[in-house]
Design a protein around this ligand. Structure first.
Ligand code: ARG
Length: 395
């Protein structure tokens, strides 16, 4: 029986090189799968590229809807920002891509699962764990197994007539509906400001002279309308990416702790994710009690850490989702954001479940809050702290 590998194929440098390696060095037939998670690539071109590389069969799978409903929406509910900054665009897409590859792997009766990840990044973890959770087939990762570096890959690509676009020669890019990750090249100097040509989604020059506003309506923790328009989830995210990106919103630049222990300088463009998470977490503060707010932020952090770390398949993720879903019942309302010159600010929020009471909070006349009661409360609240300090003073 001939050996046959199935490969998650983006059409980029890594996966193109991997097709050839699998054929030539591993002596395998290759089936490729491109999963559309909103990366905006031309599927026809990718299919043609796969065919030109001599694959036995190529599949295109449109997973955009599933990506939003089953991955992005849970991330919004969890206010998910790994290390307070990264919206997990790549991290969320990988388990979905791997699942789609597994579905076709069964049909195609392949003998191995392949991916184009290096041994230095997080994506290998995400692919390996999802593959191994759903199958016993061996995993082949030529770039990791053969310890390939980017320069060698570029040379190999040239030798095999694989066309690489000019951006890919400068940076390593991964993008989908939820964000665009830019790595490598000049960005590897952590002190150097990213050049403007690293950015495609977010405008960095000639920004509008006047602010614009974004009004996002949430229903049970997920966005359902924007600027008064009921849009389907994909269109809604695309709309915010465009509008906020044009206002210069959504560039993230930070040092990230990878699963494998490496620290890396990561640059992202995530306009919609930045706005939606800012708005969602603001709305939560209005409808949740202080106890819910405090506890949920621990759960949110754990969720982000788990998903970043490639453990989407761990039962803990579903356990956390159950809690998070329970908390979203009252997260309905509207948040108003002001976008100006690359700055984002929540300037208003309202909800029928709001726990904010003007009558209680007002410093004006007629508040229903009897401030005289506060004296006794503060005395008891601070009792142990003040006692401890009194004792200290005596000693
Ligand atoms: N650091 C991010 C993550 O691990 C982004 C990775 C982007 N991948 C890439 N091939 N450029 O999720």
């Amino acid at each position: 029986m001939s050996k046959k590998a199935i490969l998650a194929f983006s059409g980029g440098l890594d996966t193109s090189v991997v097709v050839k390696y699998l054929q030539e060095k591993y002596n395998m037939d290759v089936v490729t799968v491109t999963v559309d998670v909103g990366q905006g690539d031309d599927q026809k071109k990718i299919t043609a590229k796969a065919k030109k590389l001599g694959v036995k069969k190529h599949y295109n799978v449109d997973a955009k809807k599933e990506f939003v409903s089953d991955f992005i929406f849970p991330a919004i509910k969890a206010n998910s920002l790994y290390q307070k900054k990264y919206c997990l665009a790549t991290a969320l897409a990988r388990p979905l891509i791997a699942k789609k590859v597994l579905e076709i792997a069964k049909k195609e009766k392949v003998t191995a699962l392949a991916h184009g990840c290096s041994g230095k990044g997080n994506d290998q973890v995400r692919f390996d764990v999802t593959f191994s959770s759903g199958s016993n087939l061996p995993i082949i990762a030529p770039i990791r197994d053969l310890n390939l570096d980017r320069k060698t890959e570029l040379k190999f690509a040239k030798k095999h007539g694989i066309k690489i676009d000019s951006v890919a020669k400068k940076f390593s890019i991964d993008q989908n509906l939820w964000g665009r990750a830019i790595e490598g090249g000049v960005l590897e100097d952590a002190y150097k400001e990213p050049p403007n040509d690293a950015f495609i989604w977010v405008k960095t020059k000639n920004l509008a002279a006047n602010p614009s506003y974004l009004e996002i309506q949430f229903e049970k923790g997920v966005p359902v309308a924007v600027d008064g328009k009921n849009l389907n989830p994909i269109a809604l995210i695309e709309y915010i990416n465009k509008k906020a990106g044009a206002a210069g919103i959504g560039i993230v630049d930070h040092i990230e702790d990878r699963v494998v222990g490496i620290k890396s300088r990561e640059v992202y463009e995530t306009p919609a994710a930045t706005c939606l998470i800012e708005a969602h977490s603001d709305l939560e503060k209005m409808v949740h009690t202080k106890h819910e707010n405090k506890f949920k932020s621990l759960i949110d952090d754990e969720w982000s850490w788990l998903v970043y770390s490639g453990l989407w398949e761990d039962p803990l993720r579903e356990d956390l989702d159950a809690f998070i879903d329970q908390t979203q019942k009252r997260v309905s309302g509207t948040v108003r954001l002001k976008l100006y010159n690359g700055n984002l600010r929540v300037v208003g929020r309202k909800s029928k479940y709001s726990l904010y009471s003007h009558k209680v909070a007002t410093y004006g006349k007629g508040s229903t809050f009897d401030q005289k009661l506060a004296k006794g409360f503060v005395e008891l609240w601070g009792m142990q702290s003040t006692e401890a300090n009194k004792l200290q003073r005596k000693r």
